[in-house]
Design a protein around this ligand. Structure first.
Ligand code: HEM
Length: 550
């Protein structure tokens, strides 16, 4: 397929997007009024905080700092709305649980592979006798386990939890998603196995052979089915911004993957272009919308206050949808590709500042006056820090795309630092927070060890901080050394060693945090730990009895 054909298809897709936009405006689906921001709340619920991951004392403290401390008794309308929400949770609980279990398993695999790869960069002789444990394979196993395991399983599980809540109905078609998850996970097991034995398609982010990749395309499409079916059965008059983000992510992934992986179509330079079109679009059009949708749902829900500007949230969504598709070309700056194509992607990268600023202003204004709530809500801590890291990583990415900056940072550890700021400090933090919120709801049990939640947060935050700072410095020094013709190349390698050791230390902390997270999750499932078997989060008199009787 020629470059012109690819650009033409991108143009046609954009026009289709524009048509969807116009139709949405015509039918009032983009209601930018502040009233629309309240659709995630039940009647009379604004002002009430919701944080399932903490004890009842902490909940009172959270309510005291984030809302009126003295709340009126729940009205019958509130009770009935909350009962409907509990029903929505019940309809999605099994499928969400399966997705979250898969996410946890892949997080463990990915963490161990990441740490092994990191150690090998400054201890090259360690574990060198087995081919599957060499850096090239372990690194690729790590990347694929986060990219196709942890992140999508967590993000899609969260989407399946949020959608029926926001659409105020039961989840329809959960079995399609279950089938999709089975196919997807089977594909990933086979895919990681094939990478370990050295069979890959040789493109970064697309290493898994296309014969196996079919599982992701079909599995992804099946996982999207409940969205379509639930949308058809909803009675809400307005689609909250999270539905737009999650819905589009569910639609965009199969399209991106199918186009990028289609066998015997892409060759040579055009293959590299498609490769990076996918590599970056999957970040911006799949993980990012899933994470932003989660922030737009969980953050206001926890503090009991609608987002400050609903109009800004819609601006953020549509500008992301329009600008992101052409960003991937900035990975090929200096490569043998047409200069105008790279320039176009640099321009689009800078234009991404618009959705990022729209989101940042909204996040800040919504949190203004509520920052003390961070002390009491671990979910909010993860989600808010994740949101802030979206701003940082995206702005960093826009500037990294400039030729003058890229000439130093390209092919260095700087890129790896940036990748972890985005997919870890932003996306994974938001997913951690959302999972802490969701698990008590779907299992009807509280987290048994709140101390482990705090330990997870601090290990992850300090760990990724060390990781990011160390590799940012290493990458900059490495880039400058490589540009200096007077210095031997080996200088650019040896100078990074202390920073790589620091990265292993930071990465080790992150892995420890993940072990705390997974251990707490396993305790919830097995009912281990202190007796915390009451969900006790809804202000309903006895939700369980009512549910059992229905
Ligand atoms: C959920 C957690 C994580 C996510 C989402 C994540 C994401 C990523 C991504 C996207 C890349 C590709 C970077 C690039 O080539 O630009 C990568 C590479 C890498 N990650 Fe992670 N990562 C995670 C955890 C970890 C941990 C805990 C470690 C431990 C030190 C680690 C170590 C590495 C290493 C060594 C590489 C290869 C870097 C290279 O090629 O030089 N990652 N990771």
């Amino acid at each position: 397929m020629s470059t012109v054909a690819i650009l033409l298809s991108a143009f046609i897709l954009s026009v289709v997007g524009l048509l969807v936009f116009i139709v949405s405006v015509r039918y009032g689906l983009l209601d930018g009024s502040q009233k629309a921001a309240e659709v995630i709340f039940a009647r009379d619920e604004v002002g009430r905080t919701e944080e399932p991951a903490i004890t009842s004392q902490q909940r009172s403290a959270l309510q005291a700092v984030a809302g009126p401390a003295e709340l009126p008794a729940p009205s019958p309308t509130l009770d009935s709305d909350l009962f409907a929400r509990a029903e929505a949770d019940r309809s999605s609980s099994l499928v969400v649980f399966i997705f979250l279990c898969s996410a946890m398993a892949w997080l463990l695999v990915a963490s161990l592979a990441g740490l092994t790869a990191s150690l090998k960069l400054h201890m090259p002789d360690a574990l060198a006798s087995q081919a599957w444990l060499t850096f090239g394979r372990v690194r690729t196993v790590h990347l694929n386990a986060v990219a196709y395991g942890w992140a999508p399983m967590a993000g899609l599980g969260i989407a399946l939890f949020v959608l029926p809540r926001v659409l105020k109905t039961r989840l329809v078609g959960a079995n399609y998603a279950l089938l999709g998850a089975m196919l997807w996970n089977a594909g990933l097991v086979a895919g990681l196995g094939s990478i370990a034995v050295g069979l890959t398609d040789g493109m970064e982010w697309l290493e898994i052979p296309w014969q196996i990749g079919i599982c992701f395309a079909v599995g992804g499409a099946l996982i999207g089915m409940p969205l379509v079916l639930t949308l058809l059965s909803t009675r809400v008059s307005h689609l909250y911004v999270s539905v737009w983000y999650m819905g589009c992510a569910l639609f965009w992934f199969p399209v991106l993957y199918l186009v990028a992986k289609f066998p015997f179509v892409h060759f040579g330079v055009e293959q590299a272009t498609t490769n990076w079109w996918f590599g970056h679009s999957v970040l911006g059009l799949f993980y990012t919308p899933l994470a932003l949708a989660s922030i737009y749902y969980f953050l206001p829900k926890i503090i009991g206050r609608p987002i400050q500007s609903y109009g800004l949230s819609l601006l953020g969504f549509w500008t992301l949808a329009f600008f992101y598709g052409q960003v991937g070309g900035h990975h090929l700056i200096g490569g043998p590709v047409p200069g105008w194509m790279v320039t176009l992607s640099i321009v689009q990268s800078m234009m991404m500042i618009i959705p990022v600023i729209a989101f940042t202003v909204n996040l800040h204004q919504t949190m203004t006056g509520n920052f003390r709530a961070l002390l009491y809500s671990p979910t909010l801590r993860f989600v808010t820090i994740g949101g802030m890291m979206y701003t940082l990583s995206s702005l960093q990415g826009s500037f990294e795309a400039l030729r003058s900056v890229n000439v130093i940072t390209h092919f260095t550890h700087f890129t790896v630092a940036h990748a972890h700021l985005g997919l870890y400090a932003f996306v994974s933090f938001v997913f951690f927070g959302a999972i802490y919120f969701i698990v008590p709801r779907i299992t009807q049990r509280e987290w048994p060890y709140p101390g482990l939640i705090a330990a997870h947060f601090w290990c992850a935050a300090v760990g990724v901080g060390i990781y990011f700072v160390a590799l940012t410095i290493a990458g900059t020094l490495q880039g400058l050394a490589m540009l200096d013709a007077a210095r031997p190349f080996i200088d650019s390698v040896t100078l990074t060693v202390p920073y790589l050791q620091a990265r292993s230390f930071g990465g080790g902390l992150m892995v420890l945090g993940h072990l705390f997270f997974i251990a707490n999750f396993v305790c919830v499932i097995l009912g281990l730990g202190p007796n915390r078997d009451k969900p006790a989060m809804f202000p309903l008199a006895d939700l369980n009895k009512a549910g059992a009787g229905s």
